[in-house]
Design a protein around this ligand. Structure first.
Ligand SMILES: Cc1cc2nc3c(=O)[nH]c(=O)nc-3n(C[C@H](O)[C@H](O)[C@H](O)COP(=O)(O)O)c2cc1C
Length: 350
C-alpha cells in the first residue's frame, strides 16, 4: 500500500532494510514482522484453496518484497535474514516451506521468480539458480522466470521495434537445465511459431503471456480450435474483424476507495465521469482507446454502459496498472503516455 497514505493513518511502512536515500517514511522490519508476514502468506494460501482456486503462484519478482529480500541492493540486514546469500534467500525458503505445509502436498504451488537482478551489483544468476533448486526441495511445483530488481521502469519487458524479443529466454533455459519441475517462459511471446519454437527447443516446458491476452482476450479460443473459437466469438456477438474498443480507467478509481483525501475534488464529490467517447485515440489502427476518469464502482458501471451504448461494445477494460507513473494520466508527457500504451496494450499476437 502507498507509504504516504499509511503514514497519514498513523502507521509506518515496513521495508526489508532502511534506505536513507528514500524520503518516504519507513522502518526496517523486525524479526517478528518477518514471521508475521510469512504466517500471513500461509493463511492466504489456505483461504485461496478454500475459495476454490486451482493453484497458488507466489510473486517473487519485479522488485517486490521477495525480490528485495534476496537482492544485495535492497537487503542490508545484519541478522539471519540478510548478509550472505544463504541469509538473503532464507525468506524465500521459509515462505515456500510454510505455504506448502499450509496448503498440503496435493495443491500446486508455483512461483514467479526474478532469478537474477538486471542491475549492477544485484542478485546473480548463479545465486538465483541455486535458490530455485532449494525452493523446489521445499515444495515448489513450477517456476515462471522473470527479473528481480530491474534497471528502470519497463525494461526489459519492452523492446521497441522488436516484437519477437524474448528477454528471459536464456535465463529460463539455464533454469530448465538445473531443475526437474516445469519451467515457464514469460515475456515477449507474440506468435504461435515462436511459442512452438521455445517449447520444441526444450528451453521451457510452459509459456505465460500477459499483453497478448489483454489485447486479444479470445486468443486461446482463436488459436486452439478454430471451429470452437468461431463459436466462442459468435456467442459473444463478435467477429474477428471487429476493431477492439479499449477503455482505460485511471487511478482515481482506486484512490477514491483507499485514500479519498488524496483525490481530486471531483472524485470526492462523486461527480460523473467526463468525456467518455470524446477522448478517443487510435492505437496503430488496431484499437480504439478511450480514457475515462472514474472514482467509484457505480461511475465505472455508468462509463462502461455509455461506451457500449455509443460504440456497440467494449472489448478490453484496462485499469491503469502495469506501467504507470506517480501522478495522474493527464499530466503525462506524450512520450510517457506512449510508453504506457506500448507496454500495456500493444502485445499483439500473430
Ligand atoms: C498491464 C500489466 C499489468 C501487469 N501486472 C502484473 C502483476 O500484477 N504481477 C506480475 O507478476 N506481472 C505483471 N505484469 C507483467 C506480466 O505478467 C508479464 O510478466 C510481462 O508483461 C511480460 O509478458 P508479456 O510480454 O506477455 O506481456 C503486468 C503486465 C502488464 C502489461
Amino acid at each position: 500500500m502507498n507509504s504516504i497514505y499509511i503514514h497519514r493513518i498513523g502507521l509506518t511502512a515496513m521495508a526489508v532494510s532502511s534506505m536513507k536515500e528514500r524520503s518516504r517514511p519507513h522502518r526496517e522490519m523486525t524479526d517478528e514482522d518477518v514471521e508475521g508476514i510469512i504466517s500471513g502468506f500461509a493463511s492466504a494460501g489456505i483461504r485461496a484453496r478454500e475459495a476454490g482456486f486451482d493453484a497458488i503462484q507466489l510473486h517473487g519478482a519485479h522488485g517486490y518484497l521477495l525480490s528485495q529480500f534476496i537482492s544485495p541492493l535492497f537487503n542490508h540486514r545484519t541478522d539471519r535474514w540478510g548478509g550472505s546469500t544463504e541469509n538473503r534467500r532464507r525468506f524465500h525458503l521459509e515462505l515456500v516451506s510454510r505455504v506448502h505445509q499450509a496448503i498440503g502436498d496435493d495443491f500446486p504451488l508455483l512461483i514467479k521468480f526474478g532469478v537474477q537482478d538486471d542491475r549492477e551489483g544485484g542478485l546473480s544468476l548463479n545465486e538465483g539458480l541455486e535458490t530455485a533448486q532449494q525452493m523446489v526441495h521445499r515444495g515448489i511445483d513450477a517456476i515462471e522466470v522473470s527479473t528481480g530488481v530491474a534497471f528502470e521502469r519497463a525494461t526489459p519487458i519492452v523492446k521497441k521495434g522488436d516484437p519477437e524479443h524474448l528477454p528471459f529466454r536464456e535465463r529460463t533455459a539455464a533454469l530448465k537445465r538445473s531443475i526437474e519441475v516445469p519451467v515457464i517462459l514469460v515475456g515477449g511471446i507474440r506468435s504461435l511459431q515462436t511459442a512452438e519454437n521455445v517449447v520444441d527447443s526444450g528451453d521451457a516446458d510452459l509459456l505465460s503471456m500477459s499483453r497478448p491476452l489483454i489485447r486479444q482476450p479470445d486468443l486461446i479460443a482463436r488459436k486452439t480450435v478454430s471451429a470452437g473459437g468461431d463459436r466462442y466469438l459468435k456467442r459473444h456477438g463478435r467477429s474477428t474483424s471487429t476493431v477492439p474498443v479499449v477503455l482505460i480507467t485511471q487511478i482515481g478509481f482506486v484512490l477514491a476507495q483507499i485514500a479519498p483525501h488524496a483525490c481530486r475534488p471531483r472524485h470526492r464529490a462523486g461527480q460523473p465521469p467526463v468525456g467518455v467517447g470524446l477522448d478517443v485515440a487510435e492505437l496503430d489502427g488496431r484499437a480504439l482507446a478511450l480514457q475515462a476518469d472514474v472514482a467509484n464502482f457505480s461511475q465505472a458501471e455508468e462509463t462502461v454502459n455509455t461506451v457500449v451504448e455509443k460504440l456497440g461494445g467494449l472489448d478490453i477494460l484496462v485499469c491503469n496498472a502495469g506501467v504507470t507513473w506517480d501522478g495522474v494520466i493527464w499530466k503525462l508527457t506524450e512520450q510517457q503516455w506512449d510508453t504506457v500504451i506500448d507496454t500495456n496494450l500493444k502485445g499483439y499476437f500473430n
